[in-house]
Write a protein of this length. Structure first.
Length: 138
């Protein structure tokens, strides 16, 4: 008697699904979100301890020094000065308890090197409160 090793073919649909790949994908996404969520929260909500100002100190604006870079030199607070005198003024600003904000306005025809030289002098004297002024085109 011969044996038959064939399965009986059934016309019923196979209701078993292989979801192993879906579970692996779900775990991978879960790990990615668990790692990235705290980083996003830190980026959006940075705790800053803000200083408290009294009414008398809030009314006084910071001191400013107006530096104008021209084609033929520098003007500090309206006085035409050379580079050595400019460096002396910056040294004086650096020795102040509260250095002023240096506002730089460069003439459109001034050499860019003159502006860079002024910025180098500010950096040398550790004056970091700088305002570079421009005007809007109309």
């Amino acid at each position: 008697m011969a044996r038959s090793f064939h399965r009986k073919r059934s016309l019923e649909p196979n209701s078993e699904l292989n979801i192993t790949a879906l579970i692996d994908l779900g775990f991978a996404l879960l790990i990615i979100f668990m790692i990235s969520t705290p980083l996003i929260e830190k980026e959006q909500a940075m705790e800053v301890n803000l200083p408290v100002a009294s009414e008398s100190s809030a009314a006084a604006p910071p001191a400013t020094a107006d530096l104008v870079v021209l084609t033929n030199g520098y003007r500090l607070d309206g006085n035409l000065i050379g580079e050595p005198a400019l460096e002396e003024e910056f040294a004086r600003f650096a020795s102040m308890r509260e250095p002023p904000v240096v506002s730089i306005r460069a003439d459109a025809d001034a050499r860019y090197q003159s502006v860079v030289r002024a910025l180098d002098l500010l950096k040398r004297h550790k004056l970091s409160r700088i305002n570079l002024q421009t005007r809007l085109e109309e």
